[in-house]
Design a protein around this ligand. Sequence first.
Ligand code: GLC
Length: 708
Amino acid sequence: MSRIDSLLAVMTIEEKIGQLAMLAAGFSVTGPVLATDVEESVRQGRAGSLLNLYGQDATNRLQRIALEETRLKIPILFGFDVVHGHRTVFPIPLAETASFDPALWERTARIAASEAAADGIALTFAPMLDVSRDPRWGRMAEGAGEDPLVTSLVAEAKVRGFQGASLGARDAVAATVKHFVAYGAAVAGRDYASTDMSERTLREVYLPPFEASMRAGAAAVMPAFSDLSGVPMTANGPLLNGWLRGEAGFEGVVISDYNAIAELVVHGVAADLGEAAAQALNAGVDIDMMSNAYVEGLPVALERGLVAVEAIDTAVRRVLTLKERLGLFDDPFRRDSMQPVDRPRLREAAREAARRSIVLLTHRNDVLPLKAEPMRIAVLGPLADAATDMMGSWSGAGEAKDTVTILTGLREARPDSEVRYARGVGVDREDEIGPGNAIEVARASDIVILCLGESRDMSGEAASRSGLDLPGDQANFARSVLALGRPTIVLLSSGRPLAVPWLFERADAVLATWFCGSEAGHAIADILTGRASPTASLPVTWPRSVGQVPIFLGERPSGRPASDQHYTSKYQDLPTTPLFPFGHGLTYGRFIYSAVQAEPRNAKRGDTIVLSIDVENQGAREAEETIFVFSRKPVARVARPLLELKAFTKLFLRPGEKGRAVVMLPVEALRFPGLDLKPAVEPGEYDLLVGGSADRSTLMSARVTIEA
Ligand code: GLC
């Protein structure tokens, strides 16, 4: 009889339910902290797993209680939100996605896993795979942007990175892909709000990243807080037991979000905890994070006949199987015995990740890279010396004291120059301060680095904004600085695109520096000084105004596309085009696409189309271009989006150098859900379009025909 069968055979119902409870042991910033004495809960076998606790001493102490003071000595599973780094903080996921570098995505997750495991963590609540097309939603910062293919590639890279070759390895942590599903489609961009969509959109946009995570072997899944068309995900049997465990073949553990099971009562689908617990368990949720619904509600549900003991046994078996796969039964202290990892090496990795996440949005008058001769550099604004903000939301165990600010990075990079700092204005009205001597500092400078944007808590969970403007009085401050006429480079630190067209028109250069983590300041200085070149591209469409939202690559065509004709799909007061399209990102070079060929022109299922793309760097500096491949089926049984991203690749070229990128595109990559919602490759003509962004006016195309 297996270890798990033996345990199940002797566990009391209380001990079984205890394995299905996850309690917050440490701080708890994401929801109501229910009064629980964690140690006593562990001692009584009422907490099979804990979250928000890390560190060898703390985790060891509680693990010993579980192993020495409980009847069955079942080890505890420690979970934590290691989203973009643990002690070494990498760029927020939206920023890191801008690197369009799957190897980098995997590498940073691997490093984060090794650091977290050394702190006793065996499971992370990441990667977050919520496709988001509404920058009002604060959690856009935590995801991989607007495109299902990109988010699917991030899913695979992050699951591989976190879990490594084997979950039993000392430096492996189980990945919990979240938030299943469509959480990013919250009404009006308000976090936790309802979502509602067609099954087609669900299958074309929101499910694919979770399918990809299953292919990569994700060990756990977290349902979203939100309802989908009236059915809360935490009780959504058709999508949990049906699609996830059925169609997608998931055999791992489903962990509710924080307090989400109890919130089924607030959603209005359960009358009390007993019903809530029954609905969640019967839908396929194995672990109750912090709502006490299982510990208090399942006994009631059993009495009422709302759940069967077999359903509880099934959930317990999944949880114990995960603990066994993690090696917790064989050596519960396996992770705690790791030596702290080599910090300097990790900081270099964080610096490289940050460099590859910074997007050069506009660049005029060759103001970048900064000239080599000594100069007077004014570093102004509320994000110039903001260590905590540089870490972004969900910064794990990161600490401000270990974070390099923009000001520090510039001072270290340019010891030859006089780098003067003035904050000038607060991030928002709450920490308002007058411009002080900032204007004088700017007036006395040769160049201004203007550090504007959001504080880190303006994005992330429960951080939706109704507008996309610069918060507080930053716009007036920026206008005052720009009016001085000094060359001005604006650095935007934010968790979302900011709709500030006037700023882009007036500044000499603007970079999206997001929140780039522990090495933010060094990486930003590397780009500004030319020690490194900007290579990143936008993983989200950048709107002109919040009034355009949702605005994204891949909208379906209108029968009356925008034109100067009156009766067409447009605004009276704004262009329909974004400020910057998906994929936009300048380099220090200048790439000209000259030709694209697709072979074979007539292909059939099972074939691979070879795309050859000729590009030249006509700029004065070497640079790396990200080349995107989109498809468009001009005629199909179901109208296809104007563009669908199918691949991307990179080309490094020296000044004047010509190069050819080759992309292998399997015909299967062109499939989409047909009228019957079943994925298929529909025969007919397809345009394959290539270019540096989703700006359709710049794309080159080749037509292929897929035979019936
Ligand atoms: C939060 C978040 C979820 C996180 C969990 C544990 O409310 O929604 O992403 O993993 O609670 O912190």
